[in-house]
Design a protein around this ligand. Structure first.
Ligand code: UD1
Ligand code: CA
Length: 512
């Protein structure tokens, strides 16, 4: 769930700028760094979501490396954010200048954030805004005290604790490297002052780049009031520069999501193996067993039980339902319905109240009515199934003729016999049965028994003639010998050898 927006501190932030043009070389990936995903959103998406409650009139994202992909992503997920192109990646200061050029009309405060620090939260940004306003600063940088500052810009303060400069690790001397307060890459400043200072930022540093961080020292030298706001939770400030850091941020984000769920009364049996996207909603008293992944727009109702080893993507699970060792995508599982173990529910699978999809079943685009069951080993695709119906083991809804998909309609209180092939398009009426092993190609009227299979024929004595001496022949002959005296006593002759078949039309659906 996105955090609930709180009232905007009026006029506090005029525009938000997210720096997302960097290449992210250390990720060693063709995907632009800011598009890597954790917890159901891109890194960039998390940053935008954190800034959104501030209610800035404009949001600009500086794009460059992997620009087309980033622009396409923004159009799809954050259409109100405006991409601005930084043609050459000449550093974070240059990126900020490009953004401010695109915000020529902007007066008041601008919030500038790195696009690769996904754990920043709205409350942290709100505290930064409050601290900045209270201090009457022209620029405030978000900082954090960290155990290991390696690779990060250090916050240099003077004897009385006032921030004097930010020094990049590569440019720092030994004393500066020993500093453990670091730059989070989040800055709140007066747009005019930042814009002007950026024109004075050079690139005579170890990386030959225009550092946004130099703005701070320039404003200090001008005698302008500059501040540093320490984040209450240093995790908020952590960036992602390689795959290890990405995994670590993903873990931290997941811990936060699970923490929120558990505080709200969700039972998380094994937090280490339970992964829940930030977009997921789980009600109190739901139980998440080990190996559960809840992704995308998934919701889980009160008292529902999910897992172990279950993945739900964009799926709605009703109150008191259960889903065990299954993979479910874009489905609706009604209240008190049950799924699994070992089933695969594909898009459009909709189970009504108390419906059941049991073991080794695949479903797709199917409406399963209240209390209806598909207990074992079946494929059910493109179908509407009424209430109180049972689909016997190993039934296949034959929906595809090699060219087009066709629909099957099954009524209420139907008994589909085991191993029925329902060749769509076909309709089985209310209260009808199908005989086990039938290939149903024509409609079965309400209350009728559809039988469509070969008549059974027994060829007597075949095993003794064709497999003489085999264990099967010996067993058969022993059975005939032990049956013979009783038959003789009853005045009957030996078991007749007949080619006449017997017909059983019983619908032997499972679970009946
Ligand atoms: C930056 C800060 C550092 C801080 C750290 C926090 C600078 C000079 N240093 O270092 O003080 O501790 O973040 O994580 O800013 N970008 C562009 N265009 C460019 C270059 C960068 O848009 O030409 C963007 C990147 O996409 C990224 C952000 O600016 O989102 C920061 O760049 P990055 O190279 O990651 O800087 P760091 O070395 O992490
Ligand atoms: Ca970075």
């Amino acid at each position: 769930m996105s955090p609930s927006p709180s009232p905007r501190p009026d006029g506090a932030v005029g525009a938000v700028v997210v720096l997302a043009a960097g290449q992210g070389t250390r990720m060693r990936s063709r995907t632009p760094k800011v598009l890597h995903e954790i917890g159901g959103r891109s890194l960039l998406g998390h940053v935008l979501a954190a800034a959104e409650p501030l209610g800035a009139a404009e949001t600009v994202v500086v794009v460059g490396s992997g620009r087309a992909a980033v622009e396409e992503h923004l159009a799809r997920t954050a259409p109100l954010a405006r991409p601005v192109v930084q043609e050459e990646q000449r550093g974070s200061g240059h990126a900020a200048a490009v953004a401010l050029d695109a915000l020529a009309e902007l007066t008041g405060a601008v919030l500038i954030l790195n696009g690769d620090a996904p754990l920043v939260r709205p409350e942290t940004l709100r505290e930064l805004v409050a601290g900045h306003s209270a201090a009457g600063a022209v620029l405030t940088v978000l900082t954090a005290e960290v155990a290991d500052p390696t690779g990060l810009g250090r916050i240099v303060r003077n004897g009385s604790g006032a921030v004097r400069a930010i020094v990049e690790e590569k440019d720092a001397d030994a004393d500066q490297r020993a500093i453990t307060e670091v730059n989070a890459g989040v800055y709140l400043g007066d747009a005019a002052a930042v814009r002007e200072a950026l024109t004075r930022v050079g690139s005579s540093n170890q990386q030959g780049e225009q550092y946004l961080t130099d703005v701070l020292g320039l404003l200090v030298a001008d005698g302008r009031p500059v501040g540093g706001h320490r984040a209450a939770d240093p995790d908020d400030t952590l960036g992602c520069n390689d795959q290890r850091e990405l995994a670590a941020r993903r873990r931290t984000l997941n811990d936060r999501v699970l923490d929120r769920l558990m505080r709200a009364g969700v039972v998380v049996v094994d937090p280490l193996t339970t992964w829940v996207d930030v977009t997921v909603d789980v009600a109190a008293e739901a139980v998440l067993h080990p190996g559960t992944q809840l992704l995308g727009a998934t919701t889980v109702g009160a008292g529902a039980v999910v897992g172990p080893d279950t993945t739900l993507v964009d799926t709605e699970v009703g109150e008191g339902a259960s889903v065990v060792r299954s993979h479910v995508h874009l489905a609706e599982i009604g209240p008190e319905a049950s799924v699994g173990p070992f089933s695969y529910l594909r898009p459009g699978s909709r189970l009504a109240r108390k419906a059941k999809v049991g073991a080794y079943v695949e479903t797709k685009n199917v409406q399963l009515g209240a209390g209806s069951k598909v207990p074992h080993l079946s494929y059910v695709g493109d179908a509407t199934i009424g209430e109180g119906t049972n689909v016997g083991a190993a039934t296949v809804f034959v929906n595809y003729d090699g060219v087009a998909k066709h629909h099957t309609t099954v009524g209420d209180h139907v008994r589909i016999g085991s191993d029925t092939m329902l060749v769509a398009p076909v309709t089985v009426g209310d209260g009808a049965y199908t005989a086990a092993g039938s290939v149903i190609t024509g409609d079965v009227p309400p209350g009728a028994m559809g039988v469509a299979r070969a008549t059974q024929r027994n060829v007597a004595g075949w095993v003794s003639r064709r497999r003489p001496g085999s264990p099967a022949a010996q067993a058969a002959e022993a059975a005939q010998r032990s049956a013979a005296p009783a038959a003789d006593a009853a005045g009957a002759g030996p078991i007749p050898a007949t080619d006449e078949g017997t017909t059983s039309s019983g619908a032997s659906g499972a679970d009946q």
